[in-house]
Write a protein that binds this ligand. Structure first.
Ligand SMILES: Nc1ncnc2c1ncn2[C@@H]1O[C@H](COP(=O)(O)OP(=O)(O)OP(=O)(O)O)[C@@H](O)[C@H]1O
Ligand SMILES: [Mg+2]
Length: 212
């Protein structure tokens, strides 16, 4: 059986990754394409515990600890969820992957790219997405969206939202796209969710087997 395709959604907090990952999974299922939706950090029992540690707003953590915890959650996710699904020919949609580590721990917190890259090669066993979508939105708009989301659902990350940090992360994603034009698509996430989804779907459809 042919390996399934692996799609990743990336971008700064509040850009719309989870919204688009959900819409893409729904569309794949509507088209009768077996699909698995998962997220980082998390997606496994161990990974969700690590997620709680990482996203605990009260916890302070060094960059090295943070980098290793993300990598540990990723190792488990690749082994337990992503690679088995791909082996079964399923399409995998993942909300964040290795580029989040390079953008956040690298550009955001100053860890060396080389170190992050080597660690992640190890934990992913070299698995790379077939296509990564970077949902690009300016930091101010992302903040507005998170403010709205927090007002309706409650949340605690906003007070920690450091704008220069997010600008560095956004720039890193855009640089990543420049150097990887074949495997990365930058999608403007300023449009309505449905319009963003249409752009994503048109790119996905181009590489789905037998659907070009
Ligand atoms: N294209 C869009 N236009 C306007 N609002 C949007 C758009 N996409 C998502 N939103 C809204 O913005 C908020 C953040 O979206 P979402 O949770 O999907 O982002 P995210 O990238 O997953 O964020 P996080 O990194 O915090 O998990 C949500 O309230 C969502 O409904
Ligand atoms: Mg999300």
């Amino acid at each position: 059986m042919a390996e399934g395709l692996f799609f990743v959604l990336e971008g700064i907090d509040g850009c719309g990754k989870s919204t688009q990952a959900g819409m893409l999974e729904e569309k794949l299922k509507k088209e009768n394409i077996p699909a698995v939706l998962t997220r980082e950090p998390g997606g496994t029992a161990v990974g969700e515990n690590i997620r709680d540690l990482l996203l605990d707003p009260g916890g302070t953590m060094g960059t090295c600890t943070e980098m290793l915890l993300y990598a540990a959650a990723r190792a488990q996710l690749v082994q337990e969820v992503i690679q088995p699904a791909l082996n079964q020919g399923k399409t995998v949609v993942c909300d964040r992957f290795v580029w989040s580590s390079l953008a956040y721990q690298g550009a955001g917190r100053g860890a060396a790219d080389k170190k992050i890259y080597q660690l992640n090669q190890e934990v992913t066993k070299g698995l790379t997405p077939d296509l990564t979508f970077i949902l690009d939105v300016d930091v101010e708009e992302a903040r507005r969206r998170l403010e709205q989301k927090n007002a309706t659902k409650g949340g605690d990350r906003l007070e920690n939202m450091d704008m220069p940090f997010y600008r560095r992360v956004r720039e890193k994603y855009l640089t990543f796209a420049q150097y990887n034009p074949v495997s990365v698509e930058v999608i403007s996430s300023h449009e309505k969710p449905e319009a963003v989804h249409c752009q994503i779907w048109s790119k996905v459809r181009e590489i789905l087997p037998g659907r070009e």
